[in-house]
Design a protein around this ligand. Structure first.
Ligand code: SAM
Length: 201
């Protein structure tokens, strides 16, 4: 259930860069929620994408709140704080990104993320089915490959909770195959037909 890897759903990440970033770039702070973040591959990939597009100084305004129910034997919080990854999970990282943002350790058996990216992420354990937002004033919420595990009525309640957590005109991004339920469609407008990118009305 915690399956994830770096540079998964790059199309969705690029849509955030294309549609959300131009509107947020002048904010003094940009709050992002990666909901159901697994071991950090998703929030770290998004952080790298944002850093690449924003540059060193503007990227300091970004805070990514990463959360997961984390009911596995690993401790996602520790994995994310250590930010050391290996094997399959890093395979799709483009080589120039790997060399720019990761340092090989243990003779290349593991890769350590640089602190600039690490420091942009804050992990907290959280159950989406509590229907409680982790905080308000979110500018972007990314929730991918999570809602498909829930029943339809649970999806509706989680998306209503996302709407409460977002600022007005804040963005919600889901994976390509996750449709907006009709019960919550009135809360959002779809930003592009290229993916499931919505803006809170
Ligand atoms: C398939 S992974 C997707 C990870 C990442 N979002 C991605 O797209 O690569 C699904 C994640 O949802 C988390 N999850 C499942 N139920 C949850 C819940 N009720 N609250 C928060 N996270 C949950 C799982 O622990 C797992 O890490």
């Amino acid at each position: 259930m915690g399956f994830s890897f770096f540079f998964r759903d790059v199309n969705e990440m690029d849509l955030i860069i294309q549609y959300a970033l131009p509107e947020l770039i002048n904010n003094t702070r940009i709050n992002v929620w990666s909901a159901g973040c697994s071991e950090g591959q998703e929030p770290y990939t998004l952080a790298i994408k944002l850093r690449e597009n924003m540059g060193y100084f503007a990227f300091k305004k970004v805070k990514i709140f990463a959360s997961d129910i984390d009911n596995t034997s690993e401790n996602f919080g520790n994995i994310i704080r250590n930010a050391r990854y290996n094997g399959e999970t890093i395979k799709r990282i483009p080589p120039e990104i790997l060399s720019k943002y990761f340092t090989p350790i243990n003779e290349g058996a593991e890769y350590q993320l640089v602190s600039e990216i690490k420091e942009a992420i804050e992990f907290q354990k959280h159950d989406l089915l509590s229907y409680q937002e982790i905080r308000s004033a979110m500018n972007v919420i990314m929730c991918k490959n999570v809602l498909l595990h829930f029943h339809e009525d649970q999806r509706v309640e989680v998306i209503k909770m996302f709407a409460r957590a977002l600022v007005e005109k804040g963005f919600l991004i889901m994976e390509r195959t996750q449709e907006m339920p009709k019960e919550t469609a009135h809360l959002f407008e779809q930003v592009t037909t290229m993916g499931q990118v919505f803006r809170k009305k």
